[in-house]
Design a protein around this ligand. Structure first.
Ligand code: FES
Length: 70
């Protein structure tokens, strides 16, 4: 599902970035995915996905911020 229409980011993209980099802010998620916030409408959804990913999965990855090169 697309969660950011400005940057065409899916929920999977966001979860991958959060799990790879353990991002602590929405701006880190955008940066990790090679973009930046534009309209900001997706910020709340991205925050929720971050909270779910960081609170639930406990995935420990040391791959850094390169979701597209894995
Ligand atoms: S929908 Fe994500 S910045 Fe506009």
């Amino acid at each position: 599902m697309i969660v950011c229409s400005c940057n065409v980011l899916s929920d999977h993209d966001v979860r991958s970035a959060v799990e790879a980099e353990r991002t602590r802010s929405t701006s880190q998620v955008y940066r990790c995915l090679g973009c930046s916030a534009k309209c900001g409408r997706c910020a709340r959804t991205i925050r929720r996905l971050m909270d779910e990913a960081l609170g639930g999965a406990g995935a420990a990855s040391r791959n850094g911020c390169t979701p597209s090169s894995q």
